[in-house]
Design a protein around this ligand. Structure first.
Ligand code: PMP
Length: 398
């Protein structure tokens, strides 16, 4: 039977499903898949950094040496050697992280979903930075929280703003201390100390989402909140930005009581993260490869960032400003207040250049004159061309 002749059926959807919206970024990415578009929109890691040959060789070894185990169902918590690797990597002089605290997840996006599942009831307050990662807003929204925005400035979250009035009754605070998506900001040491102290004394966990911590251009990382308050911070990490996002491999480190609930939630969601992928990644990293890989990724992104900063300085008209990130993948641009970046995007796509407007990164009261530029996917020569096109469109609107 020809499918077009089948009667179209409309099912009754859940309240939850009816409230679901697509990420503005994913929608934009669809348009930007056209090769002629210079896209500063998606935060897609540079494919040149993917260690494809090592992953191929590791896959061969895993399938040769342990085919039955690698292709079998496995524990929800994850592959023990990989959990031990994560625990050792995150342990510091001051804080020992145990493998029993580590849950391997299907990307750190799943970590956010699981945290929403076990910590958020409908209408419970959830604290997020202003602005924050759009994917976290999406993940938490399914559990129908009431978002409260924590004020930020050029240095990120302002710890003094965490007053009793703002934090009362909250279930969690979601923060990205390193090269935040979307602003590229890094939280200074004094603020980390204050936030860790807040974690120790508050009735709810601080979620430290840290996909970009390793991408610190100077190679001088600041301490994690986890290292400062290991019993009060839940840490989310990922292999997406240092190996490859298609592996979909991340992890959550949580105090044991919460870890246990997260494991139960994950079991209901997908039983476990693919055994094969976990074993392959462990095979790739077990002899220290990550310490060769990270400097190479950092160096590439530092150069790309410099190229974009130089292009912005060269082309942008007066009245447009931006930050100078010390790591990560994003630059946050402030336009004159009357320019709406969503409208600018329409014009930009017509000129084959794309970015992400700032508004979707706000839990409420979106600011419209902001935009996020990713500099990691487009090579420097095209970065200059793309920024020039964008600057011309902004100049027309000033
Ligand atoms: N958190 C943040 C802040 C991110 O930017 C991303 C990816 N864009 C994620 C989590 C999810 O990453 P993944 O699921 O690939 O680990």
């Amino acid at each position: 039977m020809d499918h077009s002749e089948m009667p179209h059926r409309v099912w009754q959807l859940s309240e939850r499903a009816r409230k679901l919206t697509s990420s503005a970024i994913r929608e934009i990415l669809k348009v930007t898949e056209r090769p002629e578009v210079i896209s500063f929109a998606g935060g897609l890691p540079a494919p040149a950094t993917f260690p494809a040959e090592r992953i191929r060789a590791a896959t061969d070894r895993v399938l040769r040496d342990a085919p039955a185990a690698a292709l079998q169902y496995s524990a929800t918590e994850g592959y023990l050697p990989l959990r031990e690797w994560v625990a050792a990597r995150l342990s510091t002089n001051g804080a020992t992280i145990r493998a029993s605290q580590v849950l391997i997840t299907t990307g750190s996006q799943q970590a956010l979903d699981l945290l929403g599942k076990v910590l958020i009831d409908p209408a419970s307050p959830v604290l997020v930075e202003t602005p924050t990662y759009l994917g976290a807003l999406q993940a938490f929204s399914l559990y129908e929280p009431q978002f409260r925005q924590v004020p930020t400035d050029d240095e990120g979250l302002v710890p003094e703003a965490l007053t009793a009035a703002l934090t009362d009754g909250a279930r969690l605070i979601y923060a990205q201390p390193n090269f935040q998506n979307p602003t590229g900001r890094r939280l200074p040491l004094e603020r980390r100390v204050a936030l860790a102290e807040f974690a120790r004394t508050s009735a709810f966990p601080v979620i430290e989402d840290d996909p970009y911590g390793a991408l610190d251009y100077a190679g001088s990382p600041l301490p994690t909140l986890l290292s400062m308050a290991p019993d009060h911070v839940v840490y989310c990490g990922t292999f997406s930005k240092i190996l490859a996002p298609g592996l979909r491999l991340g992890y959550i480190v949580a105090p044991e009581e919460l870890h246990f609930k997260l494991v139960q939630a994950k079991q209901a969601t997908d039983l476990h993260t693919p055994t094969l992928t976990q074993r392959i990644v462990y095979e790739v990293i077990k002899d220290g490869f990550i310490d060769e890989q990270i400097p190479a990724v950092r160096a590439l992104y530092r150069d790309q960032c410099e190229a974009m900063l130089a292009a912005l300085a060269r082309h942008m008209p007066t009245g447009v400003s931006w930050n100078r990130p010390e790591g990560g993948m994003f630059i946050w641009v402030t336009l004159p207040a009357h320019i709406d970046s969503m409208q600018l995007l329409e014009a930009a796509i017509a000129q084959n250049v794309a970015f992400v407007p700032g508004a979707p990164f706000f839990a409420s009261e979106p600011q419209k004159h902001l935009l996020r530029l990713s500099f990691v996917t487009v090579p420097p020569a095209r970065i200059d061309e793309g920024v020039a096109r964008l600057a011309a469109l902004i100049r027309e609107r000033i």
